[in-house]
Write a protein that binds this ligand. Structure first.
Ligand SMILES: *Cc1c(COP(=O)(O)O)cnc(C)c1O
Length: 387
């Protein structure tokens, strides 16, 4: 790849932090774990943070910890990474999808209420691509209907809604630290909450169901090994110290992209501003405007970009159309038309902290060439775009 899709931003600070752990005897369950958790709780504005080995594990512990199980329903979005719905399946509960807002790609609160049934236990909105969901209306629905609110903030660390950090607004929130995220620990994740019971339960469940005394061969419940090593935690703490600078760099890269995309009428840039919110830039996803093409043209553009060494992807394929969701629940095309239409036209472009203006120009040049070769001829009759 000439320009990769993503790339972590690691400095001497991170390298020294990891090297220091390797000089100690405590590679896991040592002092770096509570250090990292304290930093995370500070970022989310919560009383507790529980670090685990992935964002998926964090989501699973939320579902398990709130006692959501067989027959229960959880309302969530089909336009997300598959883990945000899989965590519901892990406990034999049922994900109930509702469609998204075509502007933000986030769950549409006005579609949520009609999906509530007597079996609904929780709302699980996702702050997709780092754009905060409208949490006030969602929290109101949760409160009115006695539902648990779990924020999947795995793509949105450091984003705010009405001045408050996302992840810390619902009953629980989750973060993820895979290398393509804003903050990485290699692999890792965390849940954040003000709920002392959920925090204690999660600490037990991540550590083989051990009790709070940590007695090594005493297991009070069925647990998992979802622990995060001190090596990962040290890396994460070092990254969090640089969080403000990291998010600022990403905002700058996004703004440069948006400027450069100005004259490309076939392509809709991502939102740079959202009311009441600050965005934490996770990925830079543009969409092919529907009057210039659909899935076929988008796929051809992706192919063109890849062939020219430009990293790209189709974030996201709708969850309800994944094979095992179709088979288990009978989902089919047409059920969530906005999520489906958007996902047929998305193009994630290279996006990371150190992306240079030269590289951005190259990406835009290649995108223009791709769009010209794929969309011209077929859509020449179309004048200036309206969408
Ligand atoms: C990355 C991500 C996760 C899961 O994180 P992992 O650490 O890869 O398990 C969950 N939900 C969303 C929306 C994500 O983007």
């Amino acid at each position: 790849m000439l320009v990769p899709l993503s790339s972590p931003d690691l400095t001497e600070l991170e390298k020294a932090a990891v090297a220091n752990v390797l000089d100690t005897q405590q590679l896991s369950l040592g002092p770096r774990l509570p250090d990292f958790e304290q930093s995370l709780a500070a970022v989310a504005g919560t009383r507790f943070a529980v670090a685990v080995n992935s964002g998926t594990s964090a989501l699973h512990l939320c579902i398990r910890g709130f006692g959501i199980g067989p027959g229960d329903e959880v309302i969530t979005t089909p336009f997300s990474f598959v883990a945000s719905a899989n965590c519901i399946l892990f406990e034999r509960a049922k994900p109930i999808f509702v469609d998204v807002d075509p502007r933000t790609f986030n769950i549409d609160p006005s579609a949520v209420e009609s999906a509530i049934t007597p079996r609904t236990k929780a709302l699980l909105p996702v702050h997709v691509f780092g754009i905060p969901c409208p949490l006030d209306p969602l929290m109101k629905i949760a409160g009115d209907n006695d539902l648990v609110m779990i924020e999947d903030s795995c793509e949105a660390i450091g984003a705010t809604y009405k001045g408050r950090p996302v992840g810390g607004i619902g009953h629980a929130g989750t973060f993820a630290f895979y290398p393509n995220k804003q903050v990485t620990t290699g692999e890792g994740g965390a849940l954040v909450t003000n709920d002392a019971r959920l925090a204690a339960m999660s600490r037990s469940l991540r550590n083989q169901g051990r009790g709070e005394d940590g007695e090594w061969l005493s297991h009070e419940r069925l647990g998992f090994n979802y622990r995060l090593s001190d090596i990962n935690c040290a890396l994460g703490t070092a990254q969090l110290r640089r969080l403000t600078a990291i998010l600022e760099k990403r905002r700058t890269v996004a703004a440069i992209y948006n400027n450069g995309l100005h004259e490309l009428e076939e392509i809709a840039p991502p939102l740079l501003e959202v009311q009441d919110s600050t965005i934490s830039w996770f990925v830079y996803v543009v969409t092919l405007r529907s009057e210039f093409g659909g899935r076929r043209e988008r796929d051809a553009i992706l192919k063109h970009l890849s062939a020219r060494g430009v990293g790209c992807s189709n974030y996201f394929a709708p969850i309800h159309l994944q094979r095992f969701y179709r088979e288990q629940f009978g989902y089919r095309e047409g059920q969530f038309p906005i999520a489906e239409s958007v996902s047929e036209r998305t193009i994630a472009l290279p996006f990371y902290n150190r992306l240079s203006e030269g590289e951005i120009s190259l990406v835009i040049r290649e995108l223009k060439a791709a769009v010209a070769s794929v969309c011209s001829g077929r859509f020449q009759a179309v004048g200036s775009s309206t969408a």
